[in-house]
Design a binder for this molecule. Structure first.
Ligand code: ATP
Length: 289
């Protein structure tokens, strides 16, 4: 079985205070995109995972796909095994939720392979125990996120959106970015209404003007090279630019596929890796059985 594990991007990420649980209150708009990992699953006696390229991410029990497999087994009582083969394409520790995407793909694939029969909603609940972005990666599409990430509401996205995803040659730890955010402070929890309305109306210019990420200054403080990311994407012709999650990935918004390819070609000089990606209406999904 082959499962696609799409990355997520944040079109809007406003961050409020840290709660007693240690997690921050957030208000966010997430979108699944066509930049995706590939997870293959075969029946096997035990549970195991291999990673391509080797060493790209931990291969054992620490891998989020393995943690998701264990969580599904304990939620359903499934005792079957599976051999998981993960081809990493999503840049690691870049703010694109690659680990959560793989966990979601494992849940969706193993639910089918093991015949667990859980609904998407039930899989989201299992995913929420594995990591904060896993429930979204199971659901996919475009969604508003509130609370500490546990409240998900689907949002309409009228147009297919084209993004240029630009990644510098460095990684950032999400925990370190949030810790730096606590030191620096932010503008306070904001309202994603402008973004949601622009998405529903298919108004690209308004969407470009309302992209926001409160973690940009914290990521830049840890990785000073990020300070030119917005200007580099705008100079390459993007209509808007914003950091994804805790970074260091940035996204430039393009008008259509052709425009995205032009922007990507120009931006390629400024970043270690540049990808063109389209918004998706799905999350992790089985491509072939
Ligand atoms: P977050 O979801 O916290 O925003 P991120 O998108 O910035 O994280 P990921 O690519 O998910 O980053 O990687 C975060 C960490 O998770 C890395 O240190 C990585 O070693 C670990 N990890 C565990 N399993 C995986 C996986 N399947 N794919 C990617 N990273 C994984």
């Amino acid at each position: 079985m082959r499962v696609e594990a799409p990355a997520k991007i944040n079109l809007f990420l406003s961050v409020g205070p840290r709660r007693a649980s240690g997690l921050h209150e957030i208000s966010s708009v997430m979108q699944a995109v066509s930049l995706a990992d590939d997870l293959r699953l075969d029946p096997a006696a035990g549970l195991g995972l291999s990673v391509e390229p080797p060493g790209a991410v931990p291969g054992g029990e620490d891998n989020l796909a393995m943690r998701a497999a264990r969580a599904l087994a304990s939620a359903t009582g499934a005792t079957d095994g599976a051999a998981l083969r993960l081809a990493k394409r999503i840049p690691v520790a870049a703010g694109l939720a690659g680990g959560s995407a793989d966990a979601a793909a494992a849940l969706v694939g193993l639910n089918e392979l093991w015949g667990c029969g859980l609904s998407r909603k039930a899989l989201e609940a299992v995913g929420a125990q594995v990591g904060s972005d896993v429930a979204f990666c199971v659901r996919g599409g475009t969604a508003g996120i509130q609370g500490t990430g546990e409240i998900l509401a689907p949002l309409a996205c009228r147009l297919p959106l084209w993004w240029v995803i630009a990644v510098p040659g460095a990684a950032l730890s999400t925990a370190e970015v949030y810790a730096r955010f606590d030191d620096l402070g932010g503008p306070g929890l904001g309202d994603p209404w402008e973004v949601a309305d622009a998405l529903a109306r298919g108004d690209l210019d308004r969407l470009a003007a309302s992209l926001r990420n409160d973690l940009e200054p914290a990521a830049e403080a840890l990785l000073p090279g990020l300070s030119g990311a917005r200007e580099a994407l705008l100079a390459a012709g993007a209509v808007g630019a914003v950091q994804s999650g805790s970074g260091p990935a940035w996204m430039g918004l393009a008008r259509d596929e052709e425009h995205a390819r032009e922007v990507a070609a120009r931006a390629a000089r400024e970043f270690a890796r540049v990808e063109v990606a389209q918004s998706l209406s799905t999350g992790a999904r089985i491509l072939a059985q």
